[in-house]
Design a protein around this ligand. Structure first.
Ligand code: BGP
Length: 467
């Protein structure tokens, strides 16, 4: 393993930060979304109903605990930390004349705290979040206006933090726009009755791709040392059988995954993209100048989330859950308590497939186990989490050392417990650190190290040798 390998963890503001009314922050789309249980969908409200509980309001209160939490990351030896900026902390309504200084100062303090310990911040500009006002006023990413507004926000933070942040990720899991039944997190969109969902989806995807490229073009003018990455939800996929039709279905399943990264790396809608547009019978507008922006705003590294794998084929008997995507059940794999299939080798396979296709540096920006933890003796005996992460990290190391994949970092999801994106639950925990809150936000908010804390500390200290 390279000595400068970036070991760390990842989180997102809307699931972690809380402090939803503090420091001049505006409402974000997550603030009107209720939690749900496994198998149910989260309910999105039009505005805040005082009688309801909204997980993002408090989340796990990074806003007030950032110093303590970052000290814990430093104790584990983190070399990097992936986090997101909440857009409505910077521009409370998205289209305000001037940015909110208090919001900017908050992230100044966070970055300073990270840098104090030598932890490299990796910043996601859009992680399932946007000002709610932009949905009300413009209809979210249905509207072309979002390109300029989002680039303005990106420029503001890139200028402000140009000496503190080098790595930027434009959109989290950008391809999940094609997967989510309701792309609320991804684009602030709820499909209307009778509208052509496919066209809306492809149009929003085009706007986000242009916004991503434009952000990169502007960012490079601010600091030529910036490194830009995309972020793809990657579910490794297997064909059910060697029947050519199953193989073709597998090929088709991968089209929407490659759709975004092809544009972000090749700088154009490739044959893969055109083929997917055709299969979906998609129509959307491309304005003059858009293609040139796409050509000039390509990324430096490919980042992706990896949690599970799926099976595709004509006769899938049982379906399995996954990170947004569902597919067939794989009889050879165990599942998590939330039904996500556990497949460490799939990570090695994915790293190979992605690297073979693109040949640019890779970064594993999310990987982890969501589980119900039993809090006992002020800790959690989470051997299951250690097992999951150990096997995945071993697969990653094998890909780097034996398959010669150029991967420069790994950020597990998510070092301190946070609320789940899918359900808003607290009990689906991923962390090395237990946070004393329940599904309704009750509890002291106190932090406790789980057994996995010292395990990961050793992994980082020994650069993956002791695992
Ligand atoms: C990814 C998201 C994260 C995260 C993770 C786990 O899709 O980028 O925000 O939450 O999945 O999903 P969940 O929280 O639903 O368990």
């Amino acid at each position: 393993m390279r000595e400068d390998f970036l070991w760390g963890g990842a989180s997102a503001a809307n699931q972690y930060e809380g402090g939803y009314q503090e420091g001049g922050r505006g409402l974000s789309i997550n603030d009107v979304e209720q939690g749900a249980s496994h198998g149910q969908s989260r309910i999105i409200h039009d505005c805040i109903d005082e009688k309801c509980y909204y997980p993002s309001h408090q989340a796990t209160d990074f806003y007030h605990h950032y110093q303590e939490d970052i000290a814990l990351l430093a104790e584990m030896g983190f070399r990097c930390y992936r986090m997101s900026i909440c857009w409505s902390r910077i521009y409370p309504h998205g289209d305000d004349e001037i940015p909110n200084e208090e919001g900017l100062q908050f992230y100044d303090r966070v970055f300073d705290e990270l840098l104090k310990y030598g932890i490299e911040p990796i910043v996601t500009l859009h992680h399932f979040e946007m000002p709610l006002a932009l949905v009300k006023k413009y209809g979210g990413w249905r509207n072309r206006k979002m390109i300029d507004l989002s680039v303005r926000y990106a420029k503001t933070v890139m200028e402000r933090y140009q000496n503190k942040v080098k790595y930027w990720i434009t959109f989290n899991e950008i391809n999940s726009l094609f997967i989510a039944e309701v792309p609320w997190h991804q684009a602030g969109i709820i499909y209307q009755e009778g509208e052509n969902k496919t066209d809306v989806m492809f149009q929003a995807a085009h706007y986000q791709l242009v916004a991503s490229a434009k952000t990169i073009i502007e960012g490079r003018k601010i600091n030529s040392q910036f490194q830009f990455g995309n972020m793809i939800l990657y579910n490794c996929c297997y064909a059910m059988t060697c029947h050519p039709l199953d193989q073709m279905m597998l090929h088709d399943k991968l089209l929407p995954i490659y759709y975004f990264s092809d544009v972000q790396i090749r700088g154009k809608y490739t044959n893969t993209c055109l083929s997917y547009q055709k299969r979906m019978n998609a129509h959307f507008d491309i304005e003059e100048g858009d293609l040139e922006i796409l050509r000039n705003g390509v990324i430096d590294f490919y980042s992706f989330s990896y949690y599970s794998s799926l099976v595709e084929g004509r006769e899938i008997e049982q379906s399995a859950d996954g990170n947004l995507l569902d597919g067939g059940k794989n009889p050879y794999l165990e599942t998590t308590q939330w039904g996500w299939q556990i497949d460490p080798l799939g990570l090695r396979i994915s790293l190979n497939l992605i690297y073979d296709r693109y040949q640019i540096p890779l970064f594993v920006s999310e990987n982890g186990l969501g589980a119900v933890d039993e809090f006992k003796n002020n800790t959690v005996y989470d051997n299951y989490r250690i097992d999951y992460l150990r096997q995945h990290i071993q697969a990653l190391i094998a890909a780097i050392e034996e398959d010669f994949i150029d991967c420069f970092g790994y950020t597990m999801w998510s070092p301190i417990d946070i609320i789940s994106a899918g359900t808003g639950e607290m009990k689906k925990r991923y962390g090395f650190v237990y946070v004393d809150y329940d599904d309704l936000g009750q509890g002291s908010g106190q932090r406790y190290k789980k057994q996995s804390f010292s395990w990961y500390q050793k992994v980082v200290q020994t650069n993956g040798k002791e695992i």
